[in-house]
Design a protein around this ligand. Structure first.
Ligand code: HEC
Length: 153
């Protein structure tokens, strides 16, 4: 098939008009499609780990600090300060972490919480546990714009 610039431009203008009309009525969906199938199963496994796994540490779970299954505030027991939720965490990594003077990934952040915050043993990078946790935390940011280096909010 030959490329027809005039026809393509017409199509392009038409889709622009349709998009404009949708924007005008506020009908453009912001969230992505629903998570289903095997991906949904892994999200659920990750949520169970987030809620219940202590990683052999001091008896806390991710949910002890990251309230409402990660969608609420971050509250470290015994400390007054409240931090933001994990709602956009997956959208702000990789990012520079001043404390360790390097760019870290979401996996490294989660492992840091397992080691430092939970006092536990980090699962291997390629383990089913790590994969499920990263999948769950990423699912919380479904529909958020990627903002590498952005703030935890
Ligand atoms: C003792 C409290 C505590 C526990 C338990 C804990 N965290 Fe955290 N987490 C924090 C605090 C405080 C921060 C923010 C400071 C930092 O970056 O270390 C944080 C930051 C994070 C971030 C980065 C958020 C962002 O946008 O920068 C992720 C992701 C995260 N935690 C996931 C987890 C997961 C998954 C677990 C369980 C394996 C967990 N955390 C367990 C306290 C905790």
């Amino acid at each position: 098939m030959q490329c027809n610039p005039v026809k393509e431009w017409r199509l392009f203008s038409l889709s622009g008009a349709v998009l404009g009309a949708l924007l005008a009525v506020g009908a453009v969906p912001t969230a992505q499609a629903a998570i289903t199938g095997p991906l949904a199963q892994t999200v659920e496994q990750g949520k169970q780990i987030f809620m219940h796994d202590t990683f052999g540490g001091r008896g806390m779970t991710c949910a002890s600090c990251h309230k409402a299954a990660g969608m609420g505030t971050t509250e470290v027991p015994g400390m007054d300060r409240k931090g933001p939720s994990l709602a956009n965490a997956a959208a702000v990594f990789p990012r520079y972490k001043a404390r360790v003077h390097k760019v870290i990934t979401l996996e490294e952040q989660i492992r840091g919480c397992i080691h430092g915050a939970l006092g536990g043993k980090e699962p291997a990078y390629d383990s089913a546990t790590m994969r499920a946790l990263v999948t769950y935390v990423s699912s919380l940011a479904q529909g958020q714009r990627i903002d590498m280096g952005g703030a935890f909010k």
